[in-house]
Write a protein that binds this ligand. Structure first.
Ligand SMILES: C/C=C/C(=O)SCCNC(=O)CCNC(=O)[C@H](O)C(C)(C)COP(=O)(O)OP(=O)(O)OC[C@H]1O[C@@H](n2cnc3c(N)ncnc32)[C@H](O)[C@@H]1OP(=O)(O)O
Length: 257
Protein backbone atom coordinates (compact mmCIF):
# COMPACT_ATOMS: atom_id res chain seq x y z
CA UNK A 1 0.00 0.00 0.00
CA UNK A 2 1.53 3.26 -1.13
CA UNK A 3 -0.81 5.85 0.40
CA UNK A 4 -2.29 4.07 3.42
CA UNK A 5 -0.58 2.70 6.49
CA UNK A 6 -2.20 0.99 9.46
CA UNK A 7 -1.50 -0.34 12.93
CA UNK A 8 -3.66 -2.25 15.41
CA UNK A 9 -4.46 -1.00 18.90
CA UNK A 10 -6.85 -2.92 21.19
CA UNK A 11 -8.76 -4.48 18.29
CA UNK A 12 -8.87 -1.26 16.25
CA UNK A 13 -7.00 -0.91 12.95
CA UNK A 14 -6.01 2.75 12.73
CA UNK A 15 -5.57 3.50 9.02
CA UNK A 16 -3.84 6.72 8.00
CA UNK A 17 -4.23 8.27 4.55
CA UNK A 18 -0.95 9.93 3.52
CA UNK A 19 -1.00 11.49 0.09
CA UNK A 20 0.17 15.09 0.41
CA UNK A 21 -0.76 17.82 -0.10
CA UNK A 22 -4.52 17.12 0.11
CA UNK A 23 -4.91 13.31 0.41
CA UNK A 24 -6.67 13.48 -2.97
CA UNK A 25 -8.23 10.13 -3.89
CA UNK A 26 -6.19 9.00 -6.85
CA UNK A 27 -6.99 5.63 -8.42
CA UNK A 28 -4.01 4.29 -6.46
CA UNK A 29 -5.35 5.52 -3.12
CA UNK A 30 -8.78 4.02 -3.84
CA UNK A 31 -7.04 0.69 -4.58
CA UNK A 32 -5.20 1.04 -1.27
CA UNK A 33 -8.53 1.36 0.58
CA UNK A 34 -9.58 -1.90 -1.08
CA UNK A 35 -6.24 -3.50 -0.16
CA UNK A 36 -6.72 -2.42 3.46
CA UNK A 37 -10.06 -4.25 3.54
CA UNK A 38 -8.40 -7.33 2.01
CA UNK A 39 -5.70 -7.19 4.68
CA UNK A 40 -7.99 -6.89 7.71
CA UNK A 41 -10.95 -8.99 6.54
CA UNK A 42 -9.68 -12.26 8.00
CA UNK A 43 -7.42 -10.75 10.65
CA UNK A 44 -9.03 -11.68 13.97
CA UNK A 45 -7.00 -9.07 15.83
CA UNK A 46 -8.95 -6.38 13.94
CA UNK A 47 -12.54 -5.82 15.08
CA UNK A 48 -13.05 -2.19 13.96
CA UNK A 49 -11.36 0.13 11.43
CA UNK A 50 -10.80 3.86 11.91
CA UNK A 51 -9.74 5.85 8.84
CA UNK A 52 -8.19 9.29 9.24
CA UNK A 53 -5.97 11.60 7.22
CA UNK A 54 -2.44 12.83 7.77
CA UNK A 55 -1.66 16.50 7.19
CA UNK A 56 -4.21 19.29 6.75
CA UNK A 57 -7.19 17.29 5.51
CA UNK A 58 -9.05 13.99 5.78
CA UNK A 59 -9.31 14.11 1.97
CA UNK A 60 -10.04 16.89 -0.55
CA UNK A 61 -11.74 14.44 -2.92
CA UNK A 62 -10.92 12.70 -6.16
CA UNK A 63 -7.62 13.75 -7.68
CA UNK A 64 -8.71 16.55 -10.03
CA UNK A 65 -5.28 16.62 -11.70
CA UNK A 66 -5.71 12.92 -12.61
CA UNK A 67 -8.97 13.83 -14.42
CA UNK A 68 -6.92 15.49 -17.16
CA UNK A 69 -5.63 12.02 -18.19
CA UNK A 70 -9.18 10.80 -18.87
CA UNK A 71 -10.21 10.98 -22.54
CA UNK A 72 -13.79 9.66 -22.84
CA UNK A 73 -17.07 9.73 -20.97
CA UNK A 74 -16.99 5.90 -20.80
CA UNK A 75 -13.58 6.03 -19.11
CA UNK A 76 -14.95 8.58 -16.62
CA UNK A 77 -17.97 6.36 -15.93
CA UNK A 78 -15.54 3.47 -15.31
CA UNK A 79 -13.57 5.62 -12.87
CA UNK A 80 -16.79 6.39 -10.96
CA UNK A 81 -17.77 2.70 -10.85
CA UNK A 82 -14.40 1.71 -9.36
CA UNK A 83 -14.78 4.23 -6.54
CA UNK A 84 -18.42 3.28 -6.02
CA UNK A 85 -17.50 -0.42 -5.73
CA UNK A 86 -14.79 0.16 -3.13
CA UNK A 87 -16.99 2.48 -1.02
CA UNK A 88 -19.87 -0.02 -1.27
CA UNK A 89 -17.44 -2.65 0.02
CA UNK A 90 -16.67 -0.31 2.94
CA UNK A 91 -20.37 0.09 3.74
CA UNK A 92 -21.09 -3.64 3.55
CA UNK A 93 -17.81 -4.72 5.19
CA UNK A 94 -18.00 -7.35 7.90
CA UNK A 95 -16.43 -5.00 10.50
CA UNK A 96 -17.45 -1.46 11.48
CA UNK A 97 -15.56 1.26 9.60
CA UNK A 98 -15.37 4.74 11.18
CA UNK A 99 -14.11 7.98 9.61
CA UNK A 100 -12.33 10.55 11.81
CA UNK A 101 -12.51 13.78 9.82
CA UNK A 102 -10.42 16.89 10.33
CA UNK A 103 -9.69 19.78 7.96
CA UNK A 104 -11.82 18.82 4.99
CA UNK A 105 -13.76 15.90 3.58
CA UNK A 106 -14.81 17.14 0.16
CA UNK A 107 -16.14 15.40 -2.93
CA UNK A 108 -14.80 11.85 -3.04
CA UNK A 109 -13.35 12.39 0.45
CA UNK A 110 -16.85 12.89 1.85
CA UNK A 111 -18.11 10.04 -0.33
CA UNK A 112 -15.56 7.71 1.28
CA UNK A 113 -16.58 9.01 4.72
CA UNK A 114 -20.28 8.50 3.88
CA UNK A 115 -19.55 4.88 2.98
CA UNK A 116 -18.22 4.43 6.52
CA UNK A 117 -20.70 3.41 9.23
CA UNK A 118 -19.99 6.42 11.44
CA UNK A 119 -18.33 9.80 11.07
CA UNK A 120 -16.63 11.73 13.86
CA UNK A 121 -15.52 15.23 12.94
CA UNK A 122 -13.74 18.27 14.26
CA UNK A 123 -16.05 21.22 14.89
CA UNK A 124 -14.30 23.27 12.20
CA UNK A 125 -13.95 20.54 9.56
CA UNK A 126 -15.44 21.34 6.14
CA UNK A 127 -17.72 18.69 4.65
CA UNK A 128 -19.12 19.12 1.18
CA UNK A 129 -19.76 17.87 -2.33
CA UNK A 130 -18.32 20.71 -4.45
CA UNK A 131 -18.24 18.82 -7.78
CA UNK A 132 -20.68 21.25 -9.43
CA UNK A 133 -18.07 23.99 -9.07
CA UNK A 134 -15.95 21.82 -11.40
CA UNK A 135 -18.83 21.44 -13.89
CA UNK A 136 -19.24 17.84 -12.69
CA UNK A 137 -21.52 15.85 -10.38
CA UNK A 138 -20.47 13.57 -7.52
CA UNK A 139 -19.55 10.12 -8.86
CA UNK A 140 -18.74 7.88 -5.89
CA UNK A 141 -22.41 7.42 -4.81
CA UNK A 142 -22.55 10.81 -3.06
CA UNK A 143 -25.77 11.76 -4.88
CA UNK A 144 -27.41 8.70 -3.32
CA UNK A 145 -25.85 8.65 0.15
CA UNK A 146 -25.98 12.37 1.03
CA UNK A 147 -29.81 12.67 0.84
CA UNK A 148 -30.12 9.59 3.05
CA UNK A 149 -28.24 11.45 5.79
CA UNK A 150 -29.40 15.07 5.42
CA UNK A 151 -32.61 14.84 3.35
CA UNK A 152 -33.12 15.85 -0.27
CA UNK A 153 -33.43 19.63 0.31
CA UNK A 154 -30.17 19.98 2.23
CA UNK A 155 -28.36 17.61 -0.17
CA UNK A 156 -29.57 19.84 -3.03
CA UNK A 157 -28.31 22.95 -1.23
CA UNK A 158 -24.89 21.39 -0.57
CA UNK A 159 -24.50 20.19 -4.18
CA UNK A 160 -26.00 23.20 -5.97
CA UNK A 161 -24.06 25.83 -3.98
CA UNK A 162 -20.92 23.65 -3.58
CA UNK A 163 -20.57 25.27 -0.13
CA UNK A 164 -19.22 22.97 2.58
CA UNK A 165 -20.83 22.74 6.01
CA UNK A 166 -18.85 22.74 9.26
CA UNK A 167 -18.37 19.68 11.43
CA UNK A 168 -20.73 21.26 13.97
CA UNK A 169 -23.44 21.67 11.29
CA UNK A 170 -22.75 18.15 10.01
CA UNK A 171 -23.76 16.79 13.43
CA UNK A 172 -26.89 18.99 13.50
CA UNK A 173 -27.80 17.83 9.97
CA UNK A 174 -27.33 14.12 10.74
CA UNK A 175 -24.30 13.69 8.50
CA UNK A 176 -21.82 13.18 11.34
CA UNK A 177 -22.22 11.42 14.67
CA UNK A 178 -20.30 13.75 16.99
CA UNK A 179 -17.93 16.71 16.81
CA UNK A 180 -14.78 17.15 18.87
CA UNK A 181 -11.99 19.70 19.12
CA UNK A 182 -9.00 19.20 16.82
CA UNK A 183 -6.90 17.90 19.73
CA UNK A 184 -9.55 15.41 20.89
CA UNK A 185 -10.77 13.99 17.56
CA UNK A 186 -8.58 10.93 17.27
CA UNK A 187 -8.45 10.00 20.97
CA UNK A 188 -12.23 10.34 21.37
CA UNK A 189 -12.88 8.41 18.14
CA UNK A 190 -10.53 5.65 19.30
CA UNK A 191 -12.29 5.46 22.69
CA UNK A 192 -15.58 4.77 20.89
CA UNK A 193 -13.92 2.37 18.41
CA UNK A 194 -12.30 0.40 21.25
CA UNK A 195 -15.65 0.13 23.02
CA UNK A 196 -17.18 -1.28 19.80
CA UNK A 197 -14.20 -3.66 19.40
CA UNK A 198 -15.29 -5.46 22.58
CA UNK A 199 -18.64 -6.48 21.04
CA UNK A 200 -19.11 -9.87 19.41
CA UNK A 201 -17.74 -9.75 15.83
CA UNK A 202 -20.58 -12.10 14.85
CA UNK A 203 -23.23 -9.70 16.15
CA UNK A 204 -21.43 -6.68 14.63
CA UNK A 205 -21.34 -8.34 11.22
CA UNK A 206 -25.06 -9.16 11.46
CA UNK A 207 -25.90 -5.59 12.56
CA UNK A 208 -24.03 -4.18 9.54
CA UNK A 209 -25.91 -6.54 7.22
CA UNK A 210 -29.23 -5.37 8.72
CA UNK A 211 -28.27 -1.67 8.42
CA UNK A 212 -27.59 -2.21 4.72
CA UNK A 213 -31.17 -3.45 4.26
CA UNK A 214 -32.28 0.09 5.15
CA UNK A 215 -31.19 1.26 1.68
CA UNK A 216 -34.28 1.74 -0.50
CA UNK A 217 -34.65 -0.69 -3.41
CA UNK A 218 -33.99 2.17 -5.85
CA UNK A 219 -30.59 2.87 -4.25
CA UNK A 220 -28.47 0.71 -6.56
CA UNK A 221 -30.32 1.95 -9.66
CA UNK A 222 -29.42 5.46 -8.50
CA UNK A 223 -25.76 4.54 -8.05
CA UNK A 224 -25.60 3.07 -11.59
CA UNK A 225 -27.37 6.11 -13.04
CA UNK A 226 -24.90 8.37 -11.21
CA UNK A 227 -21.87 6.65 -12.81
CA UNK A 228 -23.40 7.02 -16.28
CA UNK A 229 -24.36 10.63 -15.66
CA UNK A 230 -20.83 11.34 -14.31
CA UNK A 231 -19.45 10.22 -17.70
CA UNK A 232 -22.10 12.14 -19.67
CA UNK A 233 -21.40 15.39 -17.80
CA UNK A 234 -17.63 14.91 -18.13
CA UNK A 235 -17.75 15.32 -21.93
CA UNK A 236 -19.29 18.82 -21.62
CA UNK A 237 -17.18 21.90 -22.28
CA UNK A 238 -18.25 23.12 -18.83
CA UNK A 239 -16.51 20.15 -17.18
CA UNK A 240 -13.28 20.86 -19.06
CA UNK A 241 -13.56 24.50 -18.04
CA UNK A 242 -14.20 23.59 -14.38
CA UNK A 243 -11.28 21.17 -14.17
CA UNK A 244 -8.86 23.56 -15.88
CA UNK A 245 -10.06 26.52 -13.81
CA UNK A 246 -9.29 24.56 -10.61
CA UNK A 247 -5.80 23.68 -11.82
CA UNK A 248 -5.17 27.25 -12.97
CA UNK A 249 -6.54 28.58 -9.63
CA UNK A 250 -9.21 30.80 -11.22
CA UNK A 251 -13.02 31.08 -11.22
CA UNK A 252 -14.67 28.91 -13.89
CA UNK A 253 -17.02 30.43 -16.48
CA UNK A 254 -19.81 27.98 -17.37
CA UNK A 255 -21.67 28.46 -20.65
CA UNK A 256 -24.04 25.48 -20.63
CA UNK A 257 -22.20 23.69 -23.44
C1 LIG B 1 -16.15 11.32 -7.98
C2 LIG B 1 -15.49 12.32 -7.17
C3 LIG B 1 -15.24 13.56 -7.66
C4 LIG B 1 -14.50 14.52 -6.85
O1 LIG B 1 -14.19 14.28 -5.69
S1 LIG B 1 -14.04 15.97 -7.59
C5 LIG B 1 -13.08 16.82 -6.37
C6 LIG B 1 -13.92 17.45 -5.33
N1 LIG B 1 -13.12 18.21 -4.43
C7 LIG B 1 -12.89 19.52 -4.60
O2 LIG B 1 -13.36 20.14 -5.53
C8 LIG B 1 -12.00 20.17 -3.56
C9 LIG B 1 -10.89 20.90 -4.25
N2 LIG B 1 -9.99 21.52 -3.31
C10 LIG B 1 -10.28 22.64 -2.64
O3 LIG B 1 -11.38 23.16 -2.69
C11 LIG B 1 -9.19 23.25 -1.85
O4 LIG B 1 -7.97 22.79 -2.34
C12 LIG B 1 -9.24 22.94 -0.32
C13 LIG B 1 -10.50 23.60 0.29
C14 LIG B 1 -9.25 21.44 -0.04
C15 LIG B 1 -8.00 23.55 0.35
O5 LIG B 1 -7.86 24.89 -0.01
P1 LIG B 1 -6.49 25.68 0.36
O6 LIG B 1 -6.25 25.54 1.80
O7 LIG B 1 -6.64 27.06 -0.21
O8 LIG B 1 -5.34 24.88 -0.38
P2 LIG B 1 -5.07 24.72 -1.96
O9 LIG B 1 -3.90 25.56 -2.33
O10 LIG B 1 -6.33 24.91 -2.75
O11 LIG B 1 -4.71 23.16 -2.03
C16 LIG B 1 -3.46 22.66 -1.59
C17 LIG B 1 -2.89 21.78 -2.68
O12 LIG B 1 -3.73 20.63 -2.78
C18 LIG B 1 -4.14 20.49 -4.14
N3 LIG B 1 -5.50 19.90 -4.15
C19 LIG B 1 -6.53 20.21 -3.35
N4 LIG B 1 -7.59 19.48 -3.64
C20 LIG B 1 -7.23 18.65 -4.65
C21 LIG B 1 -7.90 17.65 -5.39
N5 LIG B 1 -9.17 17.29 -5.11
N6 LIG B 1 -7.23 17.03 -6.37
C22 LIG B 1 -5.94 17.35 -6.65
N7 LIG B 1 -5.25 18.30 -5.99
C23 LIG B 1 -5.89 18.93 -4.99
C24 LIG B 1 -4.14 21.91 -4.70
O13 LIG B 1 -4.08 21.90 -6.12
C25 LIG B 1 -2.90 22.46 -4.06
O14 LIG B 1 -1.79 21.95 -4.76
P3 LIG B 1 -0.57 22.90 -5.12
O15 LIG B 1 0.01 23.28 -3.75
O16 LIG B 1 0.38 22.05 -5.89
O17 LIG B 1 -1.07 24.12 -5.82
Amino acid sequence: MEFLSWKVEEGVAIATISRPPANALSQGLIQDVNALLDAVENDETVRVIVIHGEGRFFSAGADIKEFTNVQTGEEFTGLAKKGQDVFERVETFSKPVIAAIHGAALGGGLELAMGCHMRFVTESAKLGLPELSLGLIPGFAGTQRLPRYVGVAKAAEMMFTSDPISGKEAVEWGLANRAFSDEELLTETLKIAKKIAKKSPIALKAAIQMLNYSKPSSYYDGVNAEANSFGDVFVSEDAKEGIHAFIEKREPVFTGK
